[in-house]
Design a protein around this ligand. Sequence first.
Ligand code: ADP
Length: 259
Amino acid sequence: MASLIPYYFSVGKEEEIFSHAYSNKIPLLLKGPTGTGKSRFIEYMAHKLEKKLITIACHEETSSTDLIGRYIIKGAETIWVDGPMTTAVKEGAIIYLDEIAEARPDVIVAIHSLTDHRRELFIDKLGITVKAHEDFMLVASFNPGYQRGFKELKPSTKQRFSALSFNYPETKQEIEILINETGVDAENAKKLVAIGSKIRNLTELGLTETVSTRLLVNAATLIKSGLPKRLSTHIAIVEPLTDDLQTVQSLKDLCDLMI
Ligand code: ADP
C-alpha cells in the first residue's frame, strides 16, 4: 500500500526550487529556525519525487564513521556495515543531515567529494571510493541562530550548497497549516497565530528561539483534544520558550488575554 503523502503547505517557490536542484544534482541547504517546516518539507518532496529518504539527526557526537560505516564484530568474524550515507549513495536515496552544524568536523570533510562534480564518497576504512547513484541527493539543514548558543557553518561549507531559507509563515498561511494539521477550528487557529506573531515581535524578551509553527501546532492539538485553551497555550507555547519565571508569567498573562 502506498503511504500517505505528508501534509506540507507550500509558502513560496520551494517545491520548484527543490525539484530543479534535485534534477541538476545540486546539494541543498535548508536554512531557518527550528519548527519552520524544513523536515516536513523534505519528507513531502521525497514522497513527491518517489525517493527513499534517510534522515540523520546530527548532534555533537555525530562522526563520519556514524555516517559512512564501521567494522563490527559478529561471533568470530569482523564484518563491515555500511552507514546511512553509504547506503544512500549506493541506493540513490535522498539523505537529510538535520542540523549539520552540530556534527563533528570530520562529517563536513567526508561530504566534500559528494558536494562537487565528483559526487563520490571515499570510504577510508575500506580504501575505496563509491560513485553516487544517479538518484542520490544530499540535503542538510542549518539553523543560523542569529543569537547565542548556535554553532556556525563555515562559509566554505555553505558554498558547497544552494540554500533555501525557511521562516515563520504569513498569518493566513499559518492559520491554514494549524487547521489542516490539527483539525482545530478557525477561530482558535486565528487566535493562536495572533499569539505567535505577538510573541515573535517581542524581541526585547531576548529569547534564544521564538515561537515556531511547531509550538502553535502543539497548542492547537491540545485544544482540539479538549485540554482547556489557556492551559494548552501555557504548556505548548510558553513553557518550552523560556525558564525565566518572570518571562513565563508575563507570557502566560499575554496568552490568557489573547486566547
Ligand atoms: P523543522 O524541521 O524546521 O524544525 P518541522 O518540519 O519539524 O520543522 O516542522 C514542525 C511542525 O510544524 C511540523 O510537524 C508541522 O506540524 C508544522 N509545519 C511547519 N511548517 C509547515 C508547513 N509549511 N506545512 C505543514 N506543516 C508545517
